[in-house]
Structure formats: structure tokens, C-alpha cells
Design a binder for this molecule. Structure first.
Ligand code: ZN
Ligand code: ZN
Length: 407
């Protein structure tokens, strides 16, 4: 990645991703591995008119050490001042960009219960942050930066250097940075996605039926559900793009309306650990059986995070035929893989997926059938065998997906 390409990537994240407005505060969450990129983001944010940019640095090695060595009773400690500053900035309309430089498996070998303790406490402490984000209070987005560890698991056959080069090349391709005008490219693409979301919302299907590749499942949708894709709009009316790349349209399932069996089709990276070959059986929305071929303990820990971690909070439709899928690379990373595959999420639903949902309290959302939880974890279920039908109120069925693509 040349300096010029890095600048273009940062510009895309700032102008299209969080769409910084003059006078706005910006939080940039950045791992130390992505320092060069984070510095470029700071420049671009001030150039776009930001009045203050706070870089919230993190270091995964330090985290690993803490999870390994810190006294057990301190693992749930999250500094109050940190939470207050973070949430306060978002409350007053600050934008947030999350930079991720994933190091898959960086917590492997550690005690899953200790890791669970830490993440659950963090999830609880930062609940308000997630609520604000899910309610689109202000703009937020995320970008991925390659690391040698990540490249090594995506391209195990390549040397570390060649792997990094290929990962950067892939990222440039799927984020549209190779295009003459990446910002215009995304503008045009999200318009297509938005028109599909509008069609699905207008249809107001009662149920979706999934079949193929080991999945046999029906999923009810709540009345007044909204399909969302492409850009979101924050409270001040600023349009922003939470995910670059993005291919999905998503909505909220009815908490108690999921029945059947689903099989995951991609490995899932959760709290630094890997889960593969997930099979989950739902009855009236709740998990009645869950197992994983690999990382089963992590899966069990995840679905016992709270009482609602056993219900679905997101249903997303993504065609197999997309730039990400066509690369035929399993990125072992949710932002990329979820945009290559139909997926569900366990845990919290997005209030914006329900008419009037953004003005509702958590209790009101629950009354309308939306799940709320301290977790929201996407897992991929799409495949070239997957068929999906939409069922209307009168029982007629409309083919939505055939063999993994829009019918
Ligand atoms: Zn999604
Ligand atoms: Zn999700």
C-alpha cells in the first residue's frame, strides 16, 4: 500500500464512512498496528472540518497479558472515566470510526471463562455506546487494516510478505479503492442496495423460509419491520456508510418466531477465538440445541452471555455473486465475510429495523418483538445451495433467493 493509497482509504472512511461534518467531534478507535493509517485518518478528519479528533489507542498484546495475568476479580474493571468520556462524546453528536487490524486467534490458549468475564463486563459497561450506535444517534463506521497474522490465516500458502501484499490488494478491490473515484463508486452502489431494501420493506413479508446446505428454517418478521441497506442517517440527518464494503440488506426477526435448524458456512471469529461448524436448532425463537465442531466452549460462553443471547437479532440477505464472494477468499473476518454471505446475528436487534423503533425504549422494542441483549454476533449461513422464499400474509410465496443469489 503506497502512502497515496493509504490517504485515499482514509479519505473514503472519513468522507463516505463517517461523513465528518464541520465542527463535529470524532473518536477514532485504533490499534497500534494501524498507527500509520490512524494518523492519516486524523488528518483527513480535520481537513473535513472536525473540531477535535480523539484517538483511542489499543494494543492486543497488552490485552492478552491482562487476560492472562491480572487477578481474576479485576477482569471486570472498566474505568468509569473512559466510559463517561466516550459515551459523552457520542451523546453530543460525535462521530466514531473503528479501525480494526485483526490478529485472529490472538487470545487462543487462554481460559475461555476469563475472556468471557472481561468481554461481558466490557459489553455491560459500554451498553449505552452500543445503544447510541444502534439507534444511529451519530455517524459511525469501521475499516479493516491487514496484519501479518491475519494474512497468514487467509493465505497460509504464501510467505508473510506476499500474504500481506495479497490481502492489501484484495482490500483495495473490495473497498472500491481501485476505482477511479471510490466515493462515487459507493454512492452508486448503495443506491442499488437501498432500492432493494425499499422493495422488501414495502412487501412486508410475514415469514422467510430458508432451505439448503443443511439449513431448514422459518423466520417470522415483526409487523412494521424495515429492511435497511447501504447508508444510514443519523439524528442530524447526515448520511453515512457504516460498513465499507457493504452488500447486505438486513432486518430484525420476530424474537419468538424462529423455528428450525441452521448451519454456519464460514468460520466465526469471536473475542479472539475461532468457532467453526456451528449447528443451531431454534424453537419459538430460542436456541434449544447448539454445537460447534471447533470452539464449542467459546460458542457456549457466547450464547450464555445473557438470557437473550439465545435469540436472533438480525437477518441479512447477501448474494453469493458479489465482489467479495467472487474473490473466493474466506477472510475469517466478520465485516468482509458477512458481506459475502447471508447471515444471522445472535443477540440485539437494531431499533432502526422497526418503524418508530429509534424512539422506543428497550421495553417497548421488546413488546414489538425485537430482541435486546449485550451481544450482537453475526454468523454466516449463505451458500450456493441456499434458497429463500418470502411468505406474504395470504400465504403466497415469492422466491427471493435461488442457489445463493437473488431470484
Ligand atoms: Zn449484518
Ligand atoms: Zn450484524
Amino acid at each position: 500500500m503506497t502512502a497515496e493509497q493509504l490517504r485515499k482509504y482514509a479519505e473514503l472512511a472519513v468522507r463516505q464512512g463517517i461523513n465528518v461534518q464541520p465542527g463535529q467531534k470524532v473518536i477514532v478507535r485504533a490499534p497500534v498496528e494501524a498507527a500509520a493509517f490512524a494518523r492519516e485518518v486524523v488528518k483527513q478528519a480535520y481537513a473535513a472540518g472536525a473540531n477535535h479528533v480523539w484517538v483511542d489507542w489499543s494494543d492486543e498484546d497488552t490485552l492478552r497479558t491482562r487476560l492472562e495475568l491480572a487477578p481474576e476479580e479485576t477482569l471486570e474493571l472498566v474505568p468509569e472515566g473512559y466510559v463517561r468520556d466516550f459515551v459523552g462524546t457520542l451523546e453530543e453528536g460525535g462521530a466514531m470510526l473503528g479501525i480494526y487490524a485483526p490478529k485472529p486467534g490472538h487470545l487462543s490458549g487462554l481460559d475461555a471463562a476469563r475472556i468471557g468475564k472481561y468481554y461481558q463486563a466490557l459489553g455491560k459497561a459500554m451498553r449505552r455506546q452500543r445503544d447510541l450506535q444502534q439507534a444511529s444517534k451519530s455517524s459511525w463506521s469501521m475499516v479493516m487494516i491487514p496484519t501479518p497474522e491475519w494474512a497468514a490465516i487467509v493465505f497460509p500458502e504464501l510467505s508473510p510478505e506476499a500474504g500481506m501484499t495479497k490481502l492489501w490488494d484484495s482490500i483495495r478491490y473490495i473497498t472500491g479503492l481501485d476505482q477511479e473515484d471510490p466515493i462515487a463508486y459507493w454512492q452508486q452502489k448503495v443506491e442499488q442496495i437501498e432500492s432493494r431494501a425499499k422493495w422488501l420493506t414495502d412487501e412486508q413479508f410475514l415469514r422467510l423460509h430458508y432451505s439448503g446446505g443443511g439449513t431448514e428454517l422459518s423466520l417470522e418478521l415483526p409487523r412494521g419491520h424495515i429492511w435497511v441497506g447501504g447508508r444510514l442517517t443519523d439524528e442530524k440527518g447526515t448520511k453515512y456508510l457504516p460498513n465499507i464494503p457493504t452488500e447486505e440488506v438486513f432486518s430484525a426477526p420476530l424474537r419468538t418466531g424462529v423455528n428450525g435448524v441452521v448451519k454456519s458456512t464460514f468460520p466465526l471469529e469471536y473475542s479472539g477465538q475461532l468457532i467453526e461448524g456451528i449447528t443451531i436448532k431454534f424453537q419459538d425463537g430460542r436456541i434449544v440445541e447448539a454445537s460447534a465442531e471447533k470452539g464449542d466452549a467459546v460458542l457456549q460462553e457466547m450464547i450464555s452471555a445473557d438470557d437473550s443471547a439465545q435469540f436472533l437479532g438480525e437477518v441479512a440477505l447477501v448474494p453469493q455473486d458479489s465482489p467479495i464472494s467472487n474473490l473466493n477468499i474466506v477472510f475469517r473476518n466478520t465485516l468482509f465475510d458477512e458481506n459475502a454471505s447471508c447471515h444471522f446475528a445472535l443477540g440485539s436487534a437494531y431499533p432502526l429495523n422497526l418503524k418508530g423503533g429509534q424512539e422506543m425504549t428497550r421495553e417497548q422494542l421488546a413488546e414489538h418483538g425485537l430482541n435486546t441483549s449485550i451481544i450482537h454476533v453475526d454468523f454466516m449461513i449463505g451458500s450456493a445451495e441456499l434458497d429463500i422464499d418470502g411468505e406474504r400474509e395470504d400465504g403466497t410465496r415469492v422466491p427471493l433467493f435461488r442457489n445463493g443469489n437473488w431470484a
